[in-house]
Design a protein around this ligand. Structure first.
Ligand code: A2H
Length: 253
């Protein structure tokens, strides 16, 4: 990691009815789970949202009257980046545990799936991003491994009250072609390295390293307005497109 601040795109994933009990009183405002990503060009392939069951999340109101859900740490950072009415201040309007969000339905930008669900990922770090991670199993080995874990293990789904229909119909979507890795690069590398689960730390780190640079320099879009273009040439434009449509915001930490 570099010395400068890290820029993330926060994807606004809209919480749909029925809302968690603690958020019901805000039903007149749009409520978003904000997911930190380095890969805005992959949002066409979202299949679910990852939430850590035991992590504390908070809700706060932005200056435009929307409700954002993130960790307290991320809200603190956001309030110094012009997200709230008063610079440096944010009011916690609800405190939640990841568990309160699991199984909830969301509307996410760009994906072909009409509705996606909050599912458990146990490896989410508290001290990075917002604690909310959008899942793109076609291109993220972590996401693919965690999705396979849930698909393979019925008791894992049951433990967190996740219904079959929130997981089983969702398949990785071919959105990028990476020479040598095909159009589902995370699936290819998962199989090649024989990754066993989301806890297979070393192999997942290796997988990410292999794919990241290769994808950035040689990856080509297979869908959307920039179909046929190289990732490195369209990443910024896609980020701007999302931000202009009020479907994403830029965040630093
Ligand atoms: B990325 P970096 Cl397609 N804990 O977005 C664990 N992982 C987190 C996180 C947290 N608190 N916050 C964000 N992330 C994930 C897309 C993606 C990502 C693809 C491929 C690779 C990839 C879809 N998930 O990341 O340590 C988010 O997943 C590879 C590292 O700041 C975010 O981008 O470099 C990335 O990790 C940020 O990790």
């Amino acid at each position: 990691e570099g010395v400068g601040p890290q820029e993330y795109t926060l994807i606004k994933m809209k919480l749909l009815d029925p809302l968690p009990e603690k958020l019901k009183k805000f039903s007149s405002k749009p409520i978003y789970l904000v997911a930190a990503t380095l890969r805005p060009e992959t949002m066409y392939g979202q299949t679910n949202c990852w939430i850590r069951p035991d992590l504390k999340y908070i809700a706060f109101e932005t200056k435009s009257g929307e409700i954002f859900v993130s960790t307290d740490r991320a809200a603190k950072n956001m309030c110094f980046q012009g997200f709230t009415k008063v610079e440096g201040k944010f009011d916690v309007v609800a405190e939640l545990l990841g568990e309160d969000l699991l199984g909830r339905a969301l509307k996410a930008p760009m994906t072909c799936y009409d509705k996606i669900y909050c599912l458990p990922m146990l490896t989410i770090k508290e001290n990075k991003g917002t604690g909310v991670v959008t899942s793109v199993p076609s291109d993220s080995p972590d996401d693919y491994a965690a999705l396979v874990d849930l698909k393979k293990k019925q008791p894992f789904r049951e433990k967190y009250g996740i219904k079959d229909e929130m997981v089983l119909p969702f398949e990785p979507v071919p959105i990028l072609e990476i020479p040598g890795f095909g159009n589902l690069s995370a699936v290819t590398i998962y199989e090649k390295l024989k990754i066993q689960s989301q806890n297979d730390k070393d192999k997942l780190a290796e997988a990410k390293e292999i794919l990241y640079l290769k994808g950035f320099y040689d990856g080509v879009m297979l869908v959307g307005d920039y179909k046929g273009k190289k990732i490195q040439d369209v990443k910024k434009s896609l980020q701007k497109h999302l931000a202009d449509k009020n479907e994403a915001v830029i965040y630093y930490e």
